[in-house]
Write a protein that binds this ligand. Sequence first.
Ligand SMILES: [Zn+2]
Length: 388
Amino acid sequence: MFGKSITLFKLLGFEVRIDASWIIIALLITWSLAQGVFPLYDNTLSPVTYWILGVSGALGLFGSIILHELSHSLVARKFGLPMKGITLFVFGGIAEMDEEPPSPKAEFFMAIAGPLASIAIGFICIGIMNAGINFAWPSPPIMVLNYLGIINIILAIFNLLPAFPLDGGRVLRSILWGWKKNLRWATRVSSLIGSGFGLMLIFLGIFSVFAGGVIGGIWWALIGLFLRNASKMSYQSILVKEALQGEKIERFMKPETATVSPDTTVDHLVEDYAYKYHFTNYPVVNDSGPVSVVNINDVKNIPKEEWDVHTVDELAKPFSTDNTVAFDDNAIKALSVMNKTGNTRLLVVDHGGKLLGAVAMNDLIKFISMKLNLEEDIHQTYGSEKQE
Ligand SMILES: [Zn+2]
């Protein structure tokens, strides 16, 4: 979401990744626990102990967020929604999904599962802590359990704010969706509320900075900005999906004219194709027909002075789901492959693998904006969103 993410492990079939931004947050949490929070409870421990406790607290939070996201993902899987994985990033976690939930009921249970998991973890930690106090445990485990208990309850409450796309906003959307049977309207209303919450957090943050709480204030403002941005994007993605609903790739396909022969040298590929057509990929065609695809980004792996001795054949990759789509696939699928791979242009094939043409992101975008412009009901909701 913000940059590079690292895959850590697989949990019940879901890939767990961390965004680079999370590492910075983990360090900040460790530091503030070790130097700020824990010494307030008990100042008799050694410096090393505080750092160990800080790391334990941060790891505990890490595990808690994974369990929260895992609950969303498990419920989603139960409702038949394909999930890509779990990514931890600066403000917590995200259970990534490609599609909208199939029904209001599915969305309600998917959304509520995460906060319920956080509440359960919070109460379990507090329960163990109370038992520990009764058995006169030393202060270190008590402090970590206390922190994890409180932070999980805070996580649950924050996520339950009715601000889309936070969990509470999704719960709200599912209720509105079930009531009016209109996903776009439900998304619009809950996004506007989400956006409003974002604005409120930004003002709270600014107020807090002037009142002397600079670090806390900056945090609130950042979370507010993030929330506003995310709620807007979620609504726009609904509009795009609706505009492309039911449209087949065929409609956007153009005949492929720029084909490359496998023995073309890389300098020719750059000069006669890349600088002429500005496409990111070209089908490689020999006498028997198309055989593979060459992506212009792979040229960068070869030093410029060697471009005249290497051929396209060495760079070409076989047809795959990353560079081709079928002519009767949904256009939304092409858009999601483009987003995932960064290929702004995909080759279109029939079911026998025969090359039919190509589809470019630009053509999809032009179609979407034309449709939003012409079709009155979409235009109205989009227009009022733009004016704010
Ligand atoms: Zn959640």
